[in-house]
Design a protein around this ligand. Structure first.
Ligand code: ADP
Length: 472
């Protein structure tokens, strides 16, 4: 049985009916896995009208009741974890076990956490003679990418709804099935009609029409820096609120007293997760000059342990990348890295053997990458790690900061104090100290060209409210 039968778009709590128009491809073997409907501007108009009509009643609904709807959606995500994980593995290519844990586990936590936080969130507080209300921004256009598709949707939809906003989602064209399954879940949850709407279709047409619609009060976008900048320019004319989660080129800084093996292995794992298609991926490994040779050997061994293959096969650690275009772009950057003097440590631009049906890229590591080389500056969005060297702590921090991005990072040192001291000097939205684990309640978002705005936890809800002061 197919993972999805086309039912059209989800607008005002109902399906519009299948019109087809495009298929979703499995990047592991290029097989078509589902047919879906391509939206029109009329579909966007209907979805925005539904969200606008639903907004007053939803905003007037007590936050605790809004949270109950979000919590119910969380319960149904949990009940359908296997279906969701399978859909995401088929459309994105992440190995199934990891997809279940991360691609479904994180969105589940977003719905659960946000519902809980709603109970304590200061929707109303006293400041002197004022009652300050945190009022919903209004109709939100959520435009999301394909790399962690359901996570990126959940990080917008759950807090927007808890805040009292209503949402029109335009999911990524390459991985829309999880968004349609989520719409199914909203329907099953009995969510009020119109609070959450989904229209699928191409970004340049449907996404742009949605983002620039005069009845949309805020655009919450995750994707490329190029598209984000364009949407911000468009929004400026209407003084529309915008939040942007964009690219990254995050650094793992390893200081001379760190546990080198642990630091290098963890960085390789973080770089190759989801075939390197992670905006917060640690793609620049900065090691002390004296530790370079040792770091290269550890990285080479670690890269070797990434078995490429079908993401449905439990033995696979590295699936394909999402599309032919992405793969070709990654291979081009690998060739450029070699042309610019990088030393190939593992992988490379050759096609991996026996996997010619899908878009596979070998797990690749380069050493001798200069801080201004293309590989040290451009986001690859593929399984490619650059090893750079630093003279001392100051130099390592300067190299880490030599990026137009600032989304994530890590610092490794012999003590928490030394690692933290370096981390305080790195301009980035998140930074792991000696392998500190991802915190789904911590603010996630970028400095510099990685964007603005923060997602997750109570910071995520703050994005979707505006303060309003009543002077008493
Ligand atoms: P990625 O390289 O991660 O796909 P994009 O920025 O191209 O990044 O896409 C992220 C999301 O933005 C997708 O849902 C895509 O369809 C949408 N998108 C792409 N171009 C536009 C555009 N011109 N206007 C609005 N949305 C767009």
């Amino acid at each position: 049985m197919s993972i999805w039968s086309d039912k059209g778009h989800f607008i005002k709590g109902a399906w519009t009916g299948a019109v087809g128009g495009t298929t979703v491809e499995n990047p592991a073997n290029r097989a078509s896995i589902a047919t879906i409907s391509v939206g029109t501007t009329a579909d966007v108009e209907a979805a925005v009208a539904a969200a606008k009509a639903a907004w007053p009643a939803w905003m007037a609904t007590p936050a605790i009741e809004r949270a109950a709807v979000v919590s119910r959606v969380g319960e149904l995500i949990e009940a359908r974890m296997d279906d969701l994980a399978k859909a995401i593995t088929l459309e994105v290519g992440m190995p199934l076990k990891l997809a279940k844990m991360i691609q479904v586990g994180l969105p589940l936590q977003s719905f659960q956490n946000t519902a809980k936080i709603a109970h304590e969130f200061p929707f109303e507080k006293q400041v002197g003679n004022s009652t300050v209300l945190q009022e919903a921004v209004g109709v939100v256009a959520a435009i999301t990418p394909w790399n962690y598709p359901l996570h990126q949707i959940a990080a917008k939809v759950a807090p927007a709804l808890v805040a009292g906003c209503t949402v029109v989602l335009k999911p990524a064209d390459l991985a829309p099935l999880n968004a349609l399954l989520l719409a199914d879940i909203f329907e099953a949850a009995g969510a009020p009609a119109g609070i959450f709407n989904v229209v699928t279709g191409p970004g340049a047409k449907i996404g742009l029409h949605l983002a620039t619609h005069p009845d949309v009060d805020m655009v919450s976008f995750t994707g490329s820096t190029r598209t984000g900048a364009m949407l911000a320019r468009e929004a400026a004319g209407q003084i529309k609120r915008v939040s942007l989660e964009l690219g990254g080129k995050s650094a793992a800084v390893v200081l001379d007293d760190a546990d080198l093996a642990k630091a290098v292995k963890a960085t390789v794992n973080a770089c190759f997760l989801n075939s390197g298609q992670t905006c917060s991926a640690l793609t620049r490994l900065i090691v002390p000059e004296a530790k370079k040779a040792e770091a290269i050997e550890i990285a080479r061994e670690a890269a070797r342990s990434f078995v490429l293959g079908d993401p449905m096969d439990p033995a696979t650690r590295l699936g394909p990348v999402i599309s032919e275009k992405q793969r070709d772009g990654i291979l081009q950057l690998i060739r450029t890295a070699a042309d610019e003097g990088g030393t190939l440590v593992a992988g490379g631009a050759d096609a991996p053997e026996g996997l010619d049906q899908g878009y596979f890229v070998k797990p690749t590591v380069f050493a001798d990458v200069g801080p201004d080389a293309t590989l040290a500056q451009e986001e690859v969005f593929g399984p490619v790690l650059a090893i750079l060297t630093a003279k001392d702590d100051d130099d390592a921090v300067a190299i880490a900061n030599n990026s137009r991005y600032g989304l994530s990072g890590s610092v490794w040192a012999g003590s928490t104090e030394r690692a933290t001291a370096a981390a305080r000097r790195i301009r980035t939205g998140q930074i792991e100290i000696n392998g500190g684990r991802f915190n789904p309640l911590a603010p996630f978002g970028g400095f510099k060209q990685s964007g603005y705005g923060r997602e997750l936890g109570d910071y995520g809800i703050e994005e979707f409210v505006e303060p309003k002061a009543l002077q008493l």
